[in-house]
Design a protein around this ligand. Structure first.
Ligand SMILES: C=C(O[C@@H]1C=C(C(=O)O)C=C[C@H]1O)C(=O)O
Ligand SMILES: [Mg+2]
Length: 469
């Protein structure tokens, strides 16, 4: 049983309250401590009764860092089209500048941290299912569990106002002790009523039209996506879907972002960018083929993908673009000459990891997010033209799908994945998204099948069956 005791926190907390009174504006108090390791899903689920709509979950691809946030001490929202990354960066820096940090550990991904997502295209007309999200929605959790290997850390973030009394800390200590001592994991499943593909034939026609434009040399690549609408008997719990994603897609970034009545979640194989101190990591992931039924068939398919001209072209465009961005802001770049294969449960991809060191230590992770998003793995080449084409031909709001999702801490560390293999839950409905890179030698039927495979991870996780589409 973990018990957090008051006296240790008290002095720093009083300092924050006094500072808020002196400045006459809210001041963040953030306390970090090491705790006994616990299952992050237990912690997430413990927050369900009191904090549904204010939780998040993040596990990185290698399972090295898991972060769970419960309760929202502050929510950073931005609806500006042009400057949302820069604004968020500035706002976050200002916010933590005045904070009182009670943190003797200085571990990455602990202490004040914001987690959230950016929409794919802020100039897209918003559809009703995305109402709960802004173009940038990042949450500073009240209680946060960070698990790294065998170590676990608890962060408490309290936004002290000038009217707060020093004893409000008691309320938080009581709440966190309840959350930490949750002893059972009773996650309820839900019944899926109906699954509907949105205009599949129309989508194939659109792919044909775009292929026509690509053949005329108007663009080199456009990523086209489509969606599935799923209805449930009752409003589904994100806990259930998350639990499935964690067990069914162990080699992916797994994320859940609950905001008001919605939850956006998924299991993506694709890193956009990670920053640890001075080090920058990104991933070029594009070009796909299914998994084989046997080891031999699987290896053959992998070899076929590595040798396939159309897929290599799709991939190459992504490598060139990410390389250009890293060359602008980094030194000591390490980029393999040839792609390798990344295999996840349902699909294999061409994969080229890339890393470097920031040339100037004040280049923030959000600068990289701004420069990289959208890579040609989700947008296209040339970027602006492809974005216009997507808006015109897809006729849907991608919302947070294909956008950057992840976290940054007060020390400048962070990681963002590309929010693919994902879906939105909104009351009794869920919307799943999948896309594919269209190039001049694409075939609409094969691209359709590729998106079908990419729906599978989410469809399975929400309790559906792959034959349903
Ligand atoms: C667009 C998606 O995936 C992207 C497209 C890929 C492709 O077309 O080969 C491969 C990986 C992802 O970068 C998706 O999963 O929705
Ligand atoms: Mg493809």
């Amino acid at each position: 049983m973990v018990i957090i005791q008051k006296p240790k926190i008290n002095i720093a907390f009083q300092e924050a309250v006094l500072k808020a009174k002196k400045l006459n504006r809210p001041v963040l108090f953030s306390h970090v401590r090491k705790i006994d390791k616990m299952d992050p899903l237990f912690f997430y689920h413990a927050g369900l009764p009191l904090y549904q709509g204010e939780r998040f979950y993040w596990k990185d691809k290698g399972g090295e860092t898991t972060i769970v946030g419960i309760g929202s001490s502050f929510i950073f929202r931005n609806d500006l089209k042009e400057s949302r990354f820069e604004d968020m960066d500035q706002e976050w820096k200002r916010f933590i500048h005045e904070a009182v940090l009670d943190d003797g550990l200085s571990e990455a991904a602990t202490g004040p941290l914001i987690f959230g997502g950016f929409s794919f295209d802020p100039s897209q007309k918003k559809e009703v299912e995305w109402t709960d999200f802004s173009q940038a929605t990042l949450q500073l959790p009240t209680f946060m569990l960070t698990v790294k290997g065998d170590n676990a850390y608890l962060t408490i973030n309290i936004l002290c106002s000038s009217h707060d009394e020093e004893d409000i800390i008691d309320k938080y200590i009581e709440l966190i002790n309840d959350l930490l001592n949750q002893s059972s994991l009773l996650i309820t499943s839900q019944t899926l009523k109906d699954t509907m593909e949105i205009a599949p034939e129309q989508w194939k026609k659109t792919v044909d039209e775009v292929v026509g434009q690509l053949k005329m040399g108007e663009m080199e690549k456009v990523v086209l996506a489509r969606k599935l609408k799923v209805s449930f008997e009752d409003s589904p719990q994100s806990d259930f879907i998350l639990q499935n994603l964690l067990t069914q897609q162990p080699d992916s970034f797994t994320f859940s972002l609950e905001v008001l009545n919605s939850c956006f979640l998924g299991a993506s194989p694709e890193r956009l960018v990670k920053k640890t101190g001075e080090e920058i990591f990104s991933t070029c992931l594009a070009g796909s083929i299914g998994r084989g039924k046997s080891k031999v068939e699987d290896r053959q398919l992998g070899q076929e993908l590595l040798a396939d001209h159309k897929n290599r072209h799709e991939h190459h465009l992504v490598v060139e673009m990410i390389k250009n961005v890293l060359e602008k802001y980094c030194k000591d770049i390490d980029l393999p000459k040839q792609p390798s294969l990344m295999k996840v449960r349902d699909i294999q991809h061409l994969y080229t990891p890339i890393k470097g060191k920031v040339s100037s230590s004040n280049t923030s992770i959000l600068k990289f997010v701004e420069q990289l998003h959208p890579t040609p793995a989700l947008g296209g080449v040339p970027r602006e033209k492809a974005m216009e084409s997507i808006k015109e031909s897809e006729k849907m709001d991608r919302g947070l799908y294909a956008g950057p999702i992840g976290w940054l801490d007060a020390k400048g560390n962070g990681e963002f994945a590309v929010a693919i293999r994902s879906g939105l839950i909104n009351r009794n409905h869920s919307y799943l998204y999948a896309g594919c890179g269209v190039v001049s030698d694409s075939n609409s039927e094969s691209e359709y099948i590729e998106t079908k495979i990419k729906f599978r991870p989410m469809l399975r996780a929400i309790g559906g069956h792959e034959d349903e589409i």
